[in-house]
Design a protein around this ligand. Structure first.
Ligand code: MN
Length: 203
């Protein structure tokens, strides 16, 4: 129920599972504060707002001409909420759960589907670094062939196929790295690998 309040029926901003400065070797405190408190909070607010507007349209009090607009807003902002909720829990301070390589079943699947951990890592960091404009790099589970894939995502939702289960995502919007890395997105993505919480991704 992370990010959702069943009582009010609204999505909520989950707290970070660590301090704002806990990842500061890789992501600085100010970026974490703005990213979590402003950007993620905005997606939550706007997802709830879109659902309210769609409810009003269902009930006949809303503007049905704006149905497509609010559906698009719902897709974008729910994408933002889900992506960031996974992003925060997918990281941990280096040496305290963050970094290294996965073990067990996930490690075996990565070797099976990408040849080696390096094969995966190179494709993941390369794909994330080369997203056109704002977006994400993702490791996903594809449930038909039951295999892992690396996907690029544009914005908060585009280029991901239905059924793909997101496991590990790196946010490559400029708001995620620009204060510390400016235009050096690849440096940020490579540094991100030092704080991946493989225990959580495996779970
Ligand atoms: Mn973001």
């Amino acid at each position: 129920e992370l990010g959702w309040d069943a009582q009010s029926g609204e999505y909520t901003l989950p707290d970070l599972p660590y301090a704002y400065d806990a990842l500061s070797d890789v992501i600085d405190e100010q970026t974490m504060r703005i990213h979590h408190d402003k950007h993620h909070a905005g997606y939550v607010k706007n997802a709830n707002a879109a659902l309210k507007q769609l409810e009003a349209i269902r009930l006949g009090s809303g503007d049905s001409g704006l149905l497509q607009h609010w559906e698009r807003s719902l897709s974008f902002n729910m994408g933002g909420h889900v992506n960031h909720t996974l992003f925060w829990t997918g990281m941990a301070p280096e040496g305290q759960g963050g970094g290294g390589q996965p073990v067990g079943n996930l490690a075996n699947m990565i070797i099976r589907d990408f040849g080696s951990f390096k094969g995966f890592s190179d494709q993941f960091t390369g794909a994330a670094s080369k997203v056109e404009g704002s977006g994400w790099g993702w490791l996903v589970y594809e449930p038909i062939a039951r295999r892992l894939m690396v996907l690029q995502m544009q914005n908060q939702q585009d280029m991901m196929f239905a059924g793909a289960v997101p496991l590990l995502g790196v946010d490559v919007w400029e708001h995620a790295y620009y204060l510390k890395y400016q235009n050096r997105r690849a440096d940020y993505v490579n540094a991100f690998m030092r704080i991946v919480n493989w225990g959580e991704i495996s779970r």
